[in-house]
Design a protein around this ligand. Structure first.
Ligand code: CTP
Length: 407
């Protein structure tokens, strides 16, 4: 969920500032890009050097850097997918609540276009003070998401509420907040896409015309719906737009099989849209084959059927396949649905105008194993991907039910 996300971590001057180091490490571990900004008083508790090394970027501590160049808080705020203020002291909280702007953290806060998370940290009595309560309410009204302080031993020696949430809890809180309300949040989805290349010799291969567009659109649509998506992608020029999609590049049918089986036991849904080669050369020449003779015979052997293999080991997963046909589309699709032990199949024709490989549109029919059938008009592959997500959600919600059966 945080992979490739741009996070501005704003550190203000409280004892909990030392935990900012762990927070940076956790964000980086999640795959996020982190830029740290801090107030002058935060530097009394943690050094800019430490946070700079951990975030791999120079920390911004003022409006001007050492070379007297202006640090543009507007650019930082624009760059951010989220701003996380941790710890948020009572002083900075009061400044935020009243629009004060005398340091880089306040300037970024006022320039924020993204969601702002703030983790207050202060002593028990300060946390309970009516002004603090009022300021927290003000920040929430402005759209800032408050990560509640935790109970425990405080630096003052007192014990109670006011401790900054632990870095692990801050990360979990942010992830839960980002996925809230999305229908597939907490679900893992495997998608495969693109063609496969089966080597003939070191320079030649047998491939097909699949562009990978449909599968990449599917990966994006499932990610949009809140799922954690793993995309196993054959040789393709397409890449997902959604930053959270985790992409594994593969080349051959065998690579595709290994990558997909490795993910399968951990996912809730698997959608196999790749145009996997059905045959591959029996032997791969070690050196480039020279054109000695007027004919060349290649002996081909069957590749593993990735979808069928997953169908044989399927337990809790919803397994969705594609069927690309040139005739009897529905009939052949139903046969594949059954023989590969699928929950749902997306059938499409390779010969109809505006459909098939390379183009941006397609016309599909979705059939599930309870005989529900959804026919769609010619649409863009992105729209079809969203229809497939919707049909998957319907299938997961209605279980065994045949939606066409009035009983
Ligand atoms: N598939 C697969 N591994 C293969 C061949 C196909 O996983 N070696 C999957 C495709 O990703 C698709 C489904 O099986 O989801 C159907 O693919 P399709 O090419 O339509 O049919 P095939 O099973 O290959 O059968 P045929 O070529 O005889 O129509």
């Amino acid at each position: 969920m945080l992979r490739h996300k741009h996070i501005v971590l704003a550190v203000t001057g409280g004892i909990a500032a030392y935990k900012a180091a762990s927070l940076v490490r956790l964000f980086v571990k999640e795959g996020a890009e982190v830029r740290v900004i801090m107030t002058k008083s935060a530097e009394d508790f943690v050094t800019a050097k430490t946070l700079g090394v951990l975030s791999k970027h120079e920390v911004v501590t003022g409006f001007f850097d050492a070379g007297d160049n202006w640090n543009n808080h507007v650019h930082l705020a624009e760059w951010a997918d989220m701003i996380v203020v941790a710890p948020l002291t009572a002083n900075t909280m009061a400044k935020f609540a009243n629009g004060l702007c005398d340091n880089i953290v306040c300037a970024c806060y006022l320039s924020a276009r993204s969601v702002v998370f703030a983790a207050p940290a202060m002593d028990l009595d300060m946390y309970r003070h009516p002004t603090t309560i009022e300021n927290i309410a003000k920040l929430e009204k402005q759209g800032t998401v408050i990560i509640p302080a935790e109970r425990g031993e405080l630096a003052s020696g007192l014990s109670g509420e006011g401790r900054m949430a632990e870095p692990e809890h801050i990360v979990e809180f942010i992830k839960a907040h980002l996925s809230k309300g999305l229908p597939l949040s907490g679900k893992r989805v495997l998608v495969n896409a693109g063609p496969t290349y089966e080597a003939i010799d070191p320079v030649r291969f047998i491939g097909n015309r699949s562009s990978g567009k449909m599968g990449v659109a599917l990966a994006d649509a499932f990610a949009e719906a809140g799922a954690e998506v793993y995309l196993v992608l054959g040789p393709s020029n397409c890449s997902p737009l959604h930053k959270s999609v985790s992409v594994q590049h593969v080349e051959s049918a065998q690579d595709m099989l290994e990558a997909c089986t490795a993910h399968f036991s951990r996912v809730d849904i698997a959608v196999l849209s790749a145009a996997v080669a059905d045959y591959k050369p029996k032997t791969v020449a070690g050196q480039k084959i020279k054109k000695k003779d007027s004919t060349l015979n290649l002996e081909l052997i069957k590749t593993a059927d990735v979808l069928k293999t997953l169908g044989e080991t399927k337990k809790h997963q919803v397994l969705i396949g594609f069927a690309l046909e040139t005739e009897n589309v529905e009939e052949y699709a139903r046969e594949k649905l059954k023989s590969k032990n699928l929950d749902m199949i997306v059938a499409n024709s390779a010969t109809e105008a505006g459909t098939g490989f390379g183009v941006d549109t397609n016309r599909v029919t979705i059939i599930d194993k309870h005989n529900n059938l959804y026919k769609f008009e010619l649409k863009t592959k992105q729209e079809i991907a969203r229809d497939i997500v919707k049909a998957t959600l319907d299938y997961m919600m209605h279980g065994e039910k045949n939606m066409n059966d009035p009983a």
